[in-house]
Design a protein around this ligand. Structure first.
Ligand code: FMN
Length: 174
């Protein structure tokens, strides 16, 4: 089966997750095409037997280019097995309100694009202070403090559970 992975990443963690997914699936004998969403326009979706989209939550929403791609391709995406990897920091915790927010983000994504993924997986992302400008760094340190996370000023902190992600991919690409 040939699998298309399209991703949007603002600070790099979703790119790392998408690359991990591609490598993992290739190691298990799948054929994979990995595209950043900026390069996915016009891709012939009929060539693929399954599709994975990955995007990250920023200020309560997913990247606009990923939404545009999903909207444009919604009919074809809905016709094959599909997986949406929704990357966020809320998914790293157990806060019920945060999780309700995540579910609302995914619902809004589905309503706006018209694509209903066969499977949605919430994946914990990362603090990437090395990628943030001053204002984003300040904002993220404030969020870390609100969540009682001890973060050194310029230290990146990854919450992604790679083994759990591998298990999701194994179940998806059987
Ligand atoms: C400016 C900004 C806003 C964010 N907003 C949210 C949010 O609303 N909810 C959430 O769970 N995570 C939020 N995050 C955390 C990101 O989803 C997380 O850092 C993720 O790993 C980013 O993926 P990326 O590196 O691929 O962009 C935010 C991060 C930044 C930098």
């Amino acid at each position: 089966m040939k699998i298309l992975i399209v991703y949007a990443s603002t600070d790099g963690q979703t790119r790392k997750i998408a690359r991990f997914a591609a490598d993992h699936l290739v190691d298990r004998g799948q054929t994979v095409e990995l595209l950043p969403v900026a390069e996915a326009e016009g891709v012939d979706l009929a060539r693929f037997g399954a599709v994975i989209l990955a995007g990250s939550v920023h200020m309560g929403g997913f990247q606009a280019p990923l939404m545009a791609f999903a909207k444009e391709a919604a009919a074809r995406l809905s016709a094959v097995p599909s997986l949406f990897l929704a990357v966020s920091l809320s998914a790293a915790g157990q806060d019920a309100e945060d999780w309700a927010g995540l579910r609302a983000c995914v619902s809004a994504f589905q309503e706006t694009t018209g694509w209903v993924p066969g499977q949605v997986e919430h994946v914990a992302g990362a603090f990437r202070f090395s990628s943030y400008d001053m204002i984003r760094g300040w904002a993220m340190r404030w969020i870390a403090a609100q969540k009682h996370q001890q973060i050194a000023p310029h230290e990146d902190r990854e919450y992604t559970d790679w083994a759990a992600l591998a298990a999701v991919l194994d179940r998806f690409a059987v």
